[in-house]
Write a protein that binds this ligand. Structure first.
Ligand code: ADP
Ligand code: ADP
Length: 226
């Protein structure tokens, strides 16, 4: 089963900038996949389109077989998104932020409470559950967004630059949490501009530059050609 299949994806922003020039991309179920590329390459645009936050100009996007154009509700149910910006209410408690997500997906209250406990424990935030989110460190806030993204139990977790701007120690600790999640069978796609991150974590990688996929291969093969 393919977790993600993209064909001929183009994005032209208002004003005429062509951010994606007809890309193809395949990610297998269970994979840990990196979309690697420099700033401005088109990474955020790509995942924004997959998560249906950005309209595409042209092309086909399928997530676990569900078509973005005709099966949007089912497609969105497959995806948990962790954006780059901290977009939660800093004054709510950690637990509230995760449980509140249930409303968007019709997850029952009891189930939401159960899952919030599970994912907050898994991400090392259970002790912080009654603290306001603003009291958390940057790394903890990022983990909070991951716990929130898992509440509806998506099969595909997409993270936009999960370790941008954090030091190497924090990056390593984040990697451990992500490996844990992937081990449970959740497919992960992350964007990064750190080759090292793709190297340590991912099995397969696509390199995007200037709206074009210039390489799509396993990490092993990529490293062999460098
Ligand atoms: P990356 O995530 O790899 O840094 P982006 O997908 O954010 O790249 O951006 C790709 C290109 O699209 C860049 O040239 C960027 O300036 C442009 N871009 C991104 N968002 C918009 C927007 N809302 N309007 C116009 N251009 C945009
Ligand atoms: P403090 O820096 O005092 O802990 P906050 O935790 O509220 O204050 O951080 C200020 C804001 O900076 C956050 O709300 C968030 O939007 C932004 N921010 C800080 N670190 C990051 C990061 N690693 N990635 C994205 N945004 C960040």
């Amino acid at each position: 089963m393919k977790a993600l299949s993209i064909r001929g994806l183009r994005k032209v922003y208002k004003g005429g900038l062509e951010a994606l020039k007809g890309i193809d991309l395949d990610v297998e179920e269970g994979d840990f996949f990196a979309l690697l590329g420099p700033n401005g390459a088109g990474k955020s645009t790509t995942i924004g389109i997959i998560a249906s936050l950005i309209n595409k100009t042209e092309g086909e996007v399928k997530v676990f077989g569900y078509d973005l154009d005709t099966q949007l509700v089912e497609l969105k149910r497959q995806i948990g998104l962790v954006p780059q910006e901290f977009n939660f209410n800093q004054f709510e408690t950690v637990r509230q932020i995760v449980v509140n997500q249930a409303g968007y997906y019709g997850v029952h209250r009891n189930l939401a409470n159960e899952r919030a406990e599970k994912y907050l424990k898994q991400l090392g935030l259970w002790e912080k559950r009654n603290e306001p989110a603003r009291s958390l460190s940057g790394g903890m806030k990022r983990r909070l967004m991951i716990a929130r993204a898992l509440l509806h139990e998506p099969k595909l977790l997409i993270l936009d630059e999960p370790t941008a701007g954090v030091d190497i120690e924090l990056r390593r600790s984040m990697w451990g949490y992500l490996e844990d999640i992937n081990r449970e069978g959740i497919t992960i796609i992350l964007t990064t501009h750190y080759l090292e991150e793709a190297e340590s974590l991912c099995r397969n990688v696509a390199i995007i530059d200037n709206g074009v996929i210039i390489k799509n291969t396993s990490i092993k093969r990529l490293l062999a050609t460098l």
